[in-house]
Design a protein around this ligand. Structure first.
Ligand SMILES: [Zn+2]
Length: 88
């Protein structure tokens, strides 16, 4: 019998990553409505990888907004972090 590893209520793997990512992108881009925000919140409550991804992306975007207003996005930094997440 295998036990699924859990961290509190959150799952360690995402069962619906495509849908999670789509919602995440919309919210991070500020395009989501209240309904979609509520949807994402309920997903993030149960989904650890997406929860972490969301907060990381949000932090990255905030840093980029404050440091690089127009040009020169640090792509290396972004892809490095995304790689780390993909491996996690
Ligand atoms: Zn998810």
């Amino acid at each position: 019998m295998e036990k699924e590893p859990t961290n509190g209520e959150k799952k360690l793997t995402c069962g619906d990553k495509a849908a999670c990512m789509q919602l995440l992108e919309m919210i991070l881009d500020g395009q989501a409505d209240d309904d979609q925000c509520a949807q994402l919140e309920s997903k993030l409550e149960k989904c650890l990888p997406c929860f972490e991804y969301y907060h990381l992306e949000k932090t990255i975007r905030e840093v980029m907004k404050s440091k690089c207003t127009n040009k020169e996005v640090p792509k290396d930094l972004l892809s490095n972090i995304r790689e780390i997440i993909a491996k996690a």
